[in-house]
Unconditional design. Sequence first.
Lengths: 285, 447
Amino acid sequence: MIVRSAALGALLMSTVMSTQTQSPVFSTRVEVVRVDVLVTDSGRPLLGLKPADFEVLDNGVPQQVEFVSYDQIPLNVVLAFDMSDSVAGDRLDHLRSAGAALLAGLKRNDQAALVTFSHQIALGAALTADLEPLRDALDQLVGSGETSLVDGAYAGITVGESDVGRALLIVFSDGLDTMSWLSPTAVLDTAKRSDVVVYGVSLGKTKAEFLRDLTSFTGGRLFEMDKTSNLSATFVSILEEFRHRYLVSYTPRNVSRDGWHRLDVRIKGKRATIKARPGYLAGPS
Amino acid sequence: MEARLARVEQWTKAVMRHKPGTPDEAAFEVGGWSNTALRTLFVDVNVVVKLIRNPAAANFSIQSAGQRRPEEIRYSTSDFRRLRVVACAAGGQVGGGITLDERRCLDIGAINQLDGDLRELAQRARDSRLSGDDNYILRRGAVLEADIAMLAPMGSEPIAMSSAPGPDRFRMNLADGLGTEFRQVAVHWDLARMLLDFIKPRGTDRVAPGGDDMVRDWYRATAAWMQDRQDHDTDHLDHARAIFSTDAIILFLSGSQAEAYAAPEIQSAVRSAVVPSGARFSIGSDREELRRAEGFYRRALAAVPAFPELRLRLGHVLLLLEHHADAARHLRDAIEAEDLPLLRYYGELFLGAAEERLGHADAARQAYNEAAALYPSAQSPHLAMSALARRLGDRPTALREMQTVFDLQHADSLSDDPWWSYHRSQARNADDLLAALWRPFLAEAER
């Protein structure tokens, strides 16, 4: 006999968030391949690298790196927070604080946005450099309902792609998906086509298989935690790590246009550990 | 033992007093008994019912789930005699002394051992028997037990495995895809099912619950109630199918239960649950449950081919099993035959997904658009259109559809996106089915 708690039905009918939201402004971008790359040596970021230091193989074919940026392009940080009914009390307080700590670490031209997901997908605040609406939205977060993690991650990626900056998506969830319409496969497909780098923060004992795949395919990282007391430090460390990444750009040459492109990024003549997305998907599938 | 026997008598009186469909004093009285008390009540009532059906019976046994062999039930001579007296009353066999059964009750002087309430019970049961329905205590007992399970607050207790005869029942509460609590609960549903197993259809003299309309309606209504409340009990529909193996509604509800079991919220909860020793979930993997659902739906369709909602659900299961062309065919048929916007919405949404998987982007978009038109406040069709556009490289449309999703965010009631209540929608008539089930009992009480 399985029974869903009575609270669930009631929570499904309550309001997820009430916030004044701005409409996001969407724009398209140039079709070059951008790869966010973290280069470390013995765990410490390797700084001062130039385009000539990078070797990029697209499906095994060497490419001409045209542009390397380090801490120059403003960030678009999208927070995608699980607001299902299990996120309440201390957990919610810690999440608000972590969001605020991350916002405090943003620079003047950086932008941020807030997406929430329960059974419903909501835009708490569109991408903006004015962080006040975001702080307000964080203050008004209320946990209720089911978990549409997959839909929420898709929404976060889409918001991240809505502007030309470097997009970092931080997905926080304390459970498994229970209500999404989109399939994990469909959203992973989208992620493979996107420049957005996803970091996941998964709380609890559940196996975060979808978040592991999502972070892996986008070159991000998954943090699995038992409690939220260190959530602020985790969020800040994600931002720091992302700032230490190089944005490497090239226009693909001598490779087929469509399909899966395996990427290998190396540093010439230096011992280094590289973290980047393993490839990208191009063309319609 | 005295308390046990007294409880059996109390129970028969509560059955008589209970007003179907109401959480009345009789329901709360029985509902307030401990799980241990109800477990032994199950055993003793089972003996009473067997005595009603065969007053000459002298040997009794019970076999609970998981037991290899039946376990013998023993009583002292005086206790057994008391149970026979209760059976005489509950079976309406006290009185005339015309039939063999009545003469047996006469032989033990049953009439002289009944208090006023039991005499009234005996009279009512006899009247019912003489009118052609020899099931007074069985039908009403099942209604009482179901009403307790549905309407009266159910107590739960910490897990305590017992070696005593009788069924055990455990409950895992779920929230947000996680099991939140594992408790032992009362065996009201088991008791109700056991009682109905002894039904003789009106005008017949043979135990055959499968030939009885009330038993069929009881299973349909209670199974629908369970699914509407997402209070799942695998045994319930297993038992229903053992009795009504070709009933399209029972098979339909069996399919929708398996479909719900395959959904992530139950799969994830079952996977993460720490199950007490000796207890087990009767739930397979998502693929196994989907294949079971497909089997039930196909059997139901064989019985009733013109059942669009059934075809719709079969289409959804086939979609999840990645039989996309077959899914699309069933979904198109269902949409064509269905008028209800809710079901058309599901049909179009699922058809869009099937067409998308088949590589028919235009047909998929059209189906998603139809779904969006049916429920303008639903997010799912726009999420689907956004992801479809993104996959096809049409980023502006993907962004525009996502904007529509965000614009709908303040629509928050479950009816705004029927996808959120898909696994309950098949049971949307549960309350009507229950009202129809209770109606004859209430009408009889008023006469």
